[in-house]
Design a protein around this ligand. Structure first.
Ligand code: GDP
Length: 431
């Protein structure tokens, strides 16, 4: 789905507006400024159209060099979006910091919707009209706090969103692959190695930015669309908020991809950030391949220790594909293509209802759920509701223990594969 970034200087009410747009009633999330949040983008639905809202409200610049930082951060958010909602504070009026964002917006040539926020009553609407001066077209008066004007705003957003270009472009096209991982693990080295000489650049969906967003790369005779390679190739300057936007880009790439290659540095201990990215891929329901890169820098001792780390920290990703490789020497880079195909195959596996229930019947007979409160919970019937990722609905009598569900998942994998793909189990107890 198309992506809408909500930008503006701090304190204009971006997060409150995001809550409005996605229909979340909860109060504004109070995040520590500059701290990386796990989720910064949200699915929104209006008049039957789906889009993704990116909340840039969690980031706040240092006091010094503020205008430049605001502009830089806005630029990063804008580059990852199909359309931009630019928020100004009607009560305060236009500040230099707003102007800094306006310059970035003009350069980006992305469709922009100007929101004059904090218009809580009729009187303030006159002040909102003054925002015409920004040269960004008609200001949309809104009160994110009370919801005033937010329905009209959503209509206006749908109007400027490119006609779901993402879906049209991507449906049936080359398979979409994202290379993600923390900085310096070798993502761009891997991309370069895979691309070799045959690289072709694809314009981003709206075709308006200079930056190529995706690239078509042929691997083992199959063409793949590598997502957001601009984010991989363009090394963004270290700045406060940098990590925040890196995580935003990473999440955006994961959500657009079908299969994610998470690159980790095998020569160094695994980090929290590695685990966060892996978890994000699993929760997003994407196929997963873990590339243990910089294998050339590992000695026997490091490899033994890595084995223990994998057993301890990566057990929950035991289903993922893995390649021990070196983007530098080229070792096992030739295995990546087959591993991508393997993961996609597992991700798209479909099991017929007949086969599934024959299997479940045998399993329940040989390994019944432990008795709970004098009752015997049972799986009555199951069906695979979806593939990509495989999603099963199990109708049960009574609640199921988490450990029993893990056992079911393990046995489903042994029986039907799903290698490289997360599995979702949805339990519907019938009392
Ligand atoms: P990115 O930030 O994840 O895109 O990482 P880069 O691809 O820019 O790589 C970061 C650094 O690690 C560069 O100096 C690379 O040359 C180096 N590097 C990448 N892959 C390997 C590898 O397999 N072995 C070794 N020894 N160095 C590597």
């Amino acid at each position: 789905p198309p992506v809408v970034a909500v930008v503006g200087r701090p304190n204009v009410g971006k997060s409150t507006l995001v809550n409005r747009l996605i229909g979340r009633r909860a109060a504004v999330v109070q995040d520590t400024p500059g701290v990386t949040r796990d989720r910064v983008s949200y699915d929104a639905l209006w008049n039957g159209r789906q889009f993704v809202v990116v909340d840039t409200g969690g980031w706040a610049p240092d006091a010094k060099g503020m205008a430049a930082q605001i502009a830089e951060q806005a630029e990063l958010a804008i580059s990852a979006a199909d359309a931009v909602v630019f928020v100004v504070d009607t009560n305060v009026g236009i500040l230099d910091h707003d102007e800094a964002v306006v310059r970035v917006l003009r350069r980006s040539k992305k469709p922009v919707l100007l929101v004059a926020n904090k218009v809580d009553d009729q009187r303030a609407e006159a002040e909102a009209a003054a925002m015409w001066n920004l040269g960004l077209g008609e200001p949309h008066p809104v009160s994110a706090l009370t919801g005033r004007g937010s329905g009209d705003l959503l209509d206006a957003i749908l109007d400027i969103l490119p006609e779901a270009p993402g879906e049209i472009l991507e449906e049936g096209g080359p398979r979409r692959v994202a290379i993600v991982g923390r900085p310096n693990v070798g993502k761009s080295s891997l991309l370069n190695k895979l691309a070799g000489s045959q690289r072709s650049v694809v314009d981003n969906a709206s075709g308006t930015t200079v930056d190529p967003v995706d690239e078509l790369v042929e691997v083992d005779g199959t063409v793949y669309r590598f997502i957001d390679t601009a984010g991989i190739r363009r090394k963004v300057k270290e700045a406060s908020g940098h990590e925040y936007y890196a995580s935003l880009r990473t999440q955006g790439a994961i959500e657009r991809a079908e299969v994610c290659i998470v690159v980790v540095d095998a020569s160094e201990p695994l980090t929290e950030q590695d685990l966060r990215i892996l978890t994000n891929v699993e929760e997003s329901g994407r196929a997963l391949l873990i590339a243990f890169n910089k294998w050339d820098l590992t000695d026997d001792e490091r490899r033994r220790y890595l084995g223990r780390e994998v057993e301890r920290d990566l057990v929950q990703f035991g289903w993922a594909g893995a390649v021990n490789m070196s983007a530098l020497t080229g070792r096992h880079v030739d295995k990546v293509g087959a591993a991508i195909e393997d993961a996609l195959e597992g991700w798209e596996t479909r099991v017929s209802t007949g086969k599934l229930n024959a299997f479940l019947g045998r399993l329940v007979a040989s390994h019944p759920h432990p008795v709970r409160g004098g009752k015997q919970p049972r799986i009555l019937f199951g069906t695979q509701a979806q593939s990509a990722p495989p999603t099963f609905i199990l109708f049960t009598s009574g609640k199921m223990d988490a450990s029993y569900l893990r056992f079911i998942e393990r046995r489903l994998r042994e029986e039907f594969g799903f290698h490289g793909s997360p599995i979702h189990l949805s339990i519907r107890p019938r009392e």
